[in-house]
Design a protein around this ligand. Sequence first.
Ligand code: 6YU
Length: 496
Amino acid sequence: MYVNAKIVIIGSGISGVAAAHRLVDAGFRNVRIIEATARSGGRIKTGRLGDNIIEIGANWIHGPSEENPVFRLACKYGLLDPEALAPENQAIDCGGHPPFVPNTFCSSGRKLNAEDVHHAQEMFAELLVEGSTFATQGGEPLVSVGDFIRSAVLQRAAEKWKDIDATTRSLRLCMITSMLKLECCINGSHSMDEVGLGAYGLYKTLPGLDCTFPGGYEGLVKNVMSELPSGLVTYNQPVRCVHWNNTERRENPVMVECDEERIAAEHVIITVPLGYLKKHQSTLFDPPLPLHKLHSVQRLGFGTNNKILVEFDEPWWDADCESIYLVWEDEDGMVDQVTDVQRSWIRKLCAFTVLKPTERYGHVLCGWIAGHESEYMETLSEQDVTHTVTQLIRRFTGNPTITPKRILRSQWFHEPWTCGSYSYPAVGCSEQDLENMVEPLPMKGSQSQPLQVLFAGEATHPCYYSTVHGALLTGWREADRLISHYSSMSPSKSKL
Ligand code: 6YU
């Protein structure tokens, strides 16, 4: 079919690009993407550290197996290493927590052995699984994952660890603190006290051992873009306001206002990040969002997770090590946020991932830091960050000579068109909030022209939010909504 209806997509991240691809493929001839920055990809952003390709945004395909559309596209375009394609790799189901080979260091400079960490790790993993069952059982939505873990650990430690000495018990609690900080990175939250227990289990994982793109994640976006007509994206054109529901116009009831252009459209697909939406919703929509939708935008969580990539001449970790954990021995209170951010922000940097294979990357670590501490880190100079990270590593390894060769950190909170990293279900959120995010405007039952404003983007996926595959699926979902709208119309009405 050929459809002439004017469709404007706001944002050229993976959800916007996926929506455009689906629509163009289905015969829609009048599709445009309006993008605020000079590039496509949004939170998929590949960069360089010296000679190495590194990821500044999305890192892995979470759950690379047949059901994952990012995996299917990556296979189609030939973007993955052979190991990632192996059926054994696709069959591994680790519930979103890949079993990386760890090295664990303490703040006194001691390296812990596997036996030392095992008990705390096992208890924490058990609690994460239990924590994710509350939604389906209709559990108390106003309790946080942090509260749940803290009280359950205290209870279980009193039973299971009653015969161990005080020092060992304290160290195990310090490890739990460190694991809570890492969970903040995974969830993109400031603290696990802000992540709602009632909705925690909404997130679903797919089978497959997480894999990366050897040539960079942006290769995925570039390949999809190469199948779109050239000139479909207008860059450096921030959208300031979406005027919708103009009852005086029968055709193109939406007006997309940019700095240099006003674009009339039949339908607009909004894909801006939830962080941007939270900050700018009052000026982005005219008339404003309906109250129930606005409340869901406010209730859903959107925090910051940043990377600090560090290159060394020589490794100071074991050859088989895949991730490095840092445990502060004075933090047995299971508190995952620091009190004095300016002085102690670095305490929130709780883990590093080792970039593998070494032949490709050299000796590069990716440090993870979430929350307000991470947002503060963004304001420091690269020199300050380098100095503080160097001191941290020297302290935890007990080696005063280790010196990084290069450092690069992400600054997602201060990216004006992102305002953070990704969404999470905050305390007080429910499935209804995710459904409200998806609902197009005007709402069902209205007499106005339907499907004027549609919503896509990672934060609008009911169970794969915070991921690239979730974002991609939402782009396809909204494109399909328009495709079926026009397929169900009589040819005279459908502008075919
Ligand atoms: C994944 C991973 N990953 C690390 C880090 C980050 C993210 N994610 P976009 O923002 O891309 O596009 C919107 C566009 O709109 C953008 O181009 C803007 O410039 C534009 N725009 C905004 N305002 C505008 C305006 N006014 N006018 C015009 N244009 C405008 N995902 O699958 N694997 O490893 C990671 C990671 C540091 C920051 C990630 C990962 C998230 C994805 O990157 C993200 O979801 C998508 O790229 C978003 O695409 P989009 O199109 O929606 O928006 C158990 C449990 C708990 C639950 N969570 C567990 C999951 C763990 C998630 N893990 C992530 C981890 C990493 C490391």
